[in-house]
Design a protein around this ligand. Sequence first.
Ligand code: DI6
Ligand code: FE
Length: 404
Amino acid sequence: MWDTLFINAEIATMRLGDVPYGLVPDGAVGIKDGEIAYVGPVRELGGDIGDVAREVHDVGGDLITPGLIDCHTHLVWAGERSGEFEARLLGKSYEEISAAGGGIKATVAATRGASEEELFDAAMTRLQDFIAEGVTTIEIKSGYGLDIATEMKILRVARALEDEDNIRVRTTFLGAHALPPEFDSTDAYIDFICNEMLPAIHTEGLADAVDGFCETIGFSTEQIERVFKTAVSLGLPVKLHAEQLSNQGGARLAAKYGALSADHLEYLAPEDAAAMAKAGTVAVLLPGAYYYLREDQPPPVAALRSTGVNMAVATDCNPGTSPMTSPLLATNMACTLFGLTAEEALAGVTRNAAAALGLDDCGTIEPGKRADLAIWDARRPAELVAPIGQNPLLARVFGGVICP
Ligand code: DI6
Ligand code: FE
């Protein structure tokens, strides 16, 4: 006997196959012990539905999708950077603001000065927006500490958010985000990351993956490669902010290390998509940052598509380049700004977002996967992607539990 059964649902399973969105019309989802036990047409259940499950919910034709997954956020920070928004409107570039000591460095100063409680409260407020849109798994990066104590503080807050609410958090160590003020050499800082910071964070079990910012205003491919080598020696998977503002060859490097994902990719050389496809590295597209920085070169989606690179879509929620807490809006922007189909965009916040986090137990509605679901006041999956600023979520199911 199953614990819970949803019937009369339009189910976008998002599993791979011939049917768009993996759609099951007039469908049912059965849940047992927090996992999906059945997904298929109601009519194939047979017999008396009351005998199949302890609790039966008739959703009256509403849409059920996998719980959404945001695979790229920097959710934990202090302070705010609206002054930089104003400066950019007056003609300053993101790089100029960064070189003048603003940008990531400004958030680092504020985050170092904040208590763990202050950081937790600020992040929890943001997290509620994601939960309200049906998110069941979220990735959170460090990278606004750049010293051992503050990086650990951020990652502890990220872990604590998971304890506090019905949400799964994957943490990523992003020490190689910017050069902290104590260092005047990027090479010396990378040495510090590899010899001290990353091993200490790993010993505390605070990071599920390791990331870096490969950019002229960040770190070179040689420097990132040293971080990757350390991560690999500790058994941690890697990912990379690559080709966001210029082409540095970061995506190629990521593919060489079998990275879970390469993220941004506006300046990806189309020929590098093949290396990503071969390595199974997911392309995480971040239209919020592209929009907010008013960039004009979108990522080479046609090359990613034709080479078979899986594309995820995420908010990049951060105070400087994408102060956005809406994965639904990110799917809309991925379509309007980057040319994804609505189905690709939805796969980007479900199946492919799971892959970008190295998770194989969520992201689709299939027997054996976690029962992480979102139930929507909608009849068609595109209704989630097409509107701007509307949220049709009715309920979220986390590990089989219907959350208020
Ligand atoms: N790329 C981004 O878009 C964010 N980090 C990164 O490496 C921006 C972070 C910030 O400006 O605070
Ligand atoms: Fe980012």
